[in-house]
Design a protein around this ligand. Structure first.
Ligand SMILES: Cc1ncc(COP(=O)(O)O)c(C=O)c1O
Length: 432
């Protein structure tokens, strides 16, 4: 007998949360750490939204509510999705969840059996791969290439789908790359799915970054392509676009009311419901005319930071950083820095067990944190399977311009500090 169920060994994690202990260690040593690791806007939720939730609470709207989500909020979400995707969504296809993370697990629990194949982007949000392995499904990572701006084509998708495919995960704009799938890309993918996949195959379209697009781009969803609303679970929420990560407000739009009833049933079995006064705040976020200006101001700031950080990183020898078109991340290739600092040799020299626990980019990540006070995320934090030999870091630009400038300057100094890296390996003994 063992204490912990065997299946839990196959559940992954999100390192952005796990890195907190290392950051705390550095803070306890008196370092000031620049947190490029966090995927949370450095803005507060808007006063007009806060006010509604506070008033609702004071009115006594503090009990259990409909496990699918209160009707006015589901109506607001249905109206928003119908308008922005050009499809007809009714509230009985909407389920409100505590954040946009739960619909990922709900989708796996609802549609995926052990042995089914799941196609998902890699690098991608780590929770996708985590649930593939937890569910005993077969991972089919779709490797995104730097050269293609971290988008992928219909042909690449076609090469990954088979008669065993049950779920295809898309995420645009993407965490961690900021890549955006164009309407043409999505049209091609929709064609592949319509022609090659059984009607019961589902697409999980993670659209949590729908509001954060640059260069005047408009959000595109695969659900808007002909025939795709019947096969797509659209997931979104208020965490990113409305700077409301701590509110835990997310939602899924299901292809049918019957499938929505299954998501509701999972809510009943796990969280019961999302606090109703928060949902009223969420409704205000979608319905108030003030929200558009708030979102635009925030996105403008992200775009200005992107316009600074990409050339600044590209000026560092050994770093190559493509220009993201959405979300608030940059995903530079740091292979050159790994080479200059001797990270690749140090990685090769690690004992096997230690090598399995890290990657060259992971060693660089820890060096930047422990010696230069810059917290980043390594490539392997966004899907490990098939990612060997890929040397990237993700930096969140949800930080003040001042911190971004200082962080990039520190990375530049670190990128030349070969002696410092060698000393760090001995002194910290992280992989001893
Ligand atoms: C692609 C993606 N999907 C889902 C989520 C989860 O969002 P939430 O905080 O609303 O649960 C995140 C958060 O980082 C994300 O990046």
């Amino acid at each position: 007998m063992s204490l912990v169920a065997a299946r839990l060994r196959d559940l992954g994690t999100e390192n952005a949360f796990k890195l907190g202990a290392d950051i705390q260690k550095c803070v306890d040593r008196g370092m000031d750490v620049i947190r490029f690791n966090l995927g949370a806007p450095d803005f507060r939720s808007a006063p007009h939204i806060n006010r509604v939730a506070i008033e609702e609470l004071e009115k006594g709207n503090s009990g259990y509510c409909d496990p699918a989500g209160i009707l006015p909020f589901r109506q607001a979400i249905a109206a928003h999705v119908s308008r922005t995707r050009g499809i007809d969504v009714t509230p009985d296809r909407v389920v409100v969840t505590p954040g946009a993370k739960p619909p990922i697990s709900y989708t796996f629990q609802t549609y995926v059996d052990p042995g089914d194949e799941v196609v998902y982007p890699s690098p991608g949000f780590p929770i996708y791969e985590s649930w593939v392995t937890y569910q005993g499904a077969t991972p089919v990572p779709l490797q995104l290439s730097e050269e293609a701006g971290f988008a992928f084509t219909a042909d690449e998708l076609a090469a990954k789908v088979s008669e065993r495919t049950k779920l295809v995960v898309l995420c645009s704009p993407s965490n961690p790359t900021g890549g955006v799938l164009s309407r043409k890309d999505l049209e091609g993918m929709a064609e592949v799915i319509r022609e090659r996949c059984h009607p019961d195959v589902r697409v999980y379209s993670d659209e949590i970054y729908e509001h954060i697009l640059f260069d005047g781009a408009q959000h595109e969803s695969i659900a808007s392509r002909p025939g795709m609303a019947d096969r797509t679970v659209i997931a979104g929420g208020l965490s990113k676009g409305f700077a409301m990560t701590g509110w835990r407000l997310g939602w899924a739009v299901l292809p049918t009311p019957a499938e929505a009833a299954l998501f509701k049933q999972i809510n009943i079995n796990t969280v019961s419901c999302v606090p109703p006064f928060l949902q009223e705040g969420g409704r205000a976020a979608y319905e108030s005319p003030e929200t558009g200006t708030v979102v635009r101001n925030m996105v403008d700031q992200f775009e200005r930071r992107r316009n600074f950080v990409v050339p600044a990183l590209n000026d560092i020898e050994g770093i190559r950083c493509p220009t993201p078109r959405g979300a608030f991340y940059v995903f530079p290739n740091v292979a050159g820095v790994c080479e200059t600092l001797g990270v690749l040799e140090a990685y090769d020299a690690l004992p096997g067990a230690a090598r399995a626990r890290t990657t060259p980019a992971g060693m660089l990540q820890m060096f930047l944190l422990y010696r230069y006070g810059v917290a980043t995320m390594d490539r392997a934090s966004f899907g490990r399977i098939g990612a060997d030999g890929q040397h990237f870091l993700r930096l969140s630009i949800a930080n003040s311009m001042e911190d971004i400038r200082e962080g990039v300057a520190r990375i530049e100094r670190a990128s030349r500090d070969r002696e410092g890296f060698a000393a760090f390996l001995v002194e910290e003994g992280l992989w001893a």
